[in-house]
Design a protein around this ligand. Structure first.
Ligand SMILES: *Cc1c(COP(=O)(O)O)cnc(C)c1O
Length: 453
């Protein structure tokens, strides 16, 4: 399989190159040249163990690994997940299911992508003999998942900027208590956008990027998206036969990476009626799928902080397919978003996407409703998925994080909290943090001083 940029420049590249570049050199995002059909026995036979399914799926997209290398990589990536099935499907009622994606090391679905990415980086370092420095900004879950994918690995140092005081205490502990020497969590005084701007500035300085061999961890990396397609198939295989005819996947959404991964599986033959893009009060995608107007507002903090995003970085992939893979038109539309702050496509084809939105009050109400009706506790992100469910369909709601990660909101909603062993253990550990001024110069000097050997 080869990958092309949504902006059309350059020659198609293989899996290794698409992975190591992250962003294509023309500023576009990589997409596979085609969607291979899922082998039909994958959908009809007994459910496979998760790593076996992941291998079957990823080998359709990766022609660069040789022999058993991909099998080994996938086994290493998902061996640490706490449930044997990794992504268990829990049935709440006749036609309502929860896909639990929070059994990885940092208790959020981002582990599925970033465990694999960590091992791919390790392998790249061995193959090329060049050490790398990973630089990223996080509003919580991406940073901790990336840190746990890379902690203790040789030849890579990880620098993660986050806004001091604006991520949850447990999210901070997940990043600062690893005890690994190659991990540098950096609180800055400012917002997530400030952190992101510093990362963008340093990544944009090509001389510095080259000298430090800087790599990114954000969800534009195609390897992360592919890794996430796997659990949609895994969920479908676990459904009772009578539910397989009318499946809606309901996906709490921020950067549009997770739901896009599901849509790719659908294009490969996974039978899905609808993808429900569930947003919080940051409702840019909700508005788009309801009216065709894509217009950025201010990001407003919510009870579901990992979805506090307005401009969704994976949206460019959606545009590319909806222009009939027309890179020229995609470039025009992206430029319009940049210059006008909006894009209006009133007659665009929605394909099988619909959208809902949840206010903070809706989030509290949905957590309480699910607890009362099904005696099951969901986290505030997952709660957005329970808004305006179409009761006539089989709904599979993706549970994107463990409720123990967000005790304050859970307490507010149902008067009790859920605990989890690995999070409790963190409370005893010492934190290691490297606070810096919120300037690119300060971060640049720090990365230079602490770069991987
Ligand atoms: C990142 C995240 C999301 C949003 O996922 P996207 O791929 O950005 O759409 C939802 N819930 C949780 C818990 C997350 O960490």
């Amino acid at each position: 399989m080869k990958y092309v940029s949504t902006r059309g420049a350059g020659e198609p590249v293989g899996f290794f190159e698409a992975f190591s570049n992250g962003l294509a050199p023309d500023g576009g995002l990589y997409v596979p040249q085609g969607f291979p059909f899922l082998p039909s026995d994958l959908l009809t036979d007994e459910p496979l163990p998760y790593p076996a399914l992941a291998w079957d799926f990823l080998s359709l997209y990766d022609s660069d690994h040789e022999g058993d290398d991909l099998i080994k990589l996938v086994d290493e990536s998902y061996g640490d997940f706490s449930e044997e099935m990794s992504a268990p499907l829990t049935q709440l009622s006749d036609n309502l299911f929860i896909l639990e994606l929070f059994h990885g090391p940092t208790l959020a679905f981002k582990d599925f992508g970033l465990q694999l990415v960590g091992n791919l980086f390790e392998e790249q370092i061995k193959r090329t003999g060049e050490s790398i420095n990973v630089l990223g900004a996080t509003s919580g879950d991406t940073g901790s998942a990336a840190i746990h994918g890379l902690a203790g690995k040789d030849g890579v140092n990880v620098f993660v900027l986050y806004p001091e005081g604006r991520i949850s205490k447990l999210q901070e502990r997940q990043m600062t208590c690893t005890g690994a020497k190659n991990i540098f969590p950096i609180p800055i005084k400012g917002t997530f956008d400030d952190a992101q701007a510093i990362v963008k500035e340093l990544m944009g300085d090509l001389e510095f990027k080259d000298k430090m061999n800087l790599s990114a961890i954000n969800s534009i990396n195609i390897a992360r998206v592919l890794a996430q397609s796997v659990y949609y198939i895994h969920a479908f295989m676990q459904l009772p036969p009578e539910n397989k005819g009318d499946v809606n996947f309901v996906v709490p959404t921020g950067n549009f990476g997770n739901v896009f991964a599901g849509w790719m599986a659908h294009k490969m033959g996974l039978p899905v009626e609808q993808f429900v893009v569930a947003t919080n009060r940051n409702d840019m995608l909700y508005n788009f799928f309801n009216s065709g107007l894509y217009e950025a507002g201010e990001v407003s903090p919510s009870f579901a902080p990992s979805m506090d995003i307005q401009v969704a970085s994976n949206f460019e992939r959606f545009l590319f397919y909806h222009t009939g893979k027309d890179a020229g038109e995609t470039v025009e539309q992206m430029a319009k978003i940049k210059t006008d702050g909006k894009l209006n496509l009133p007659h665009f084809g929605r394909d099988n996407f619909t959208a809902t939105k949840s206010t903070d009050d809706d989030i509290l109400r949905n957590i309480a409703m699910v607890k009362e009706k099904y005696d099951y506790v969901i986290d505030p992100h997952t709660a957005c998925g329970f808004q305006d469910l179409d009761q006539n369909k089989t709904n599979v709601v993706l549970a994107t994080a463990h409720p123990a990660k967000f005790p304050e909101v859970t307490k507010k909603a149902i008067g009790e909290i859920v605990t989890e062993e690995s999070l409790e253990a963190l409370k005893e550990k010492t934190q290691k943090r490297y606070p810096l001024d919120a300037t690119a110069a300060a971060v640049r000097a720090f990365v230079e001083k602490n770069a991987a050997e």
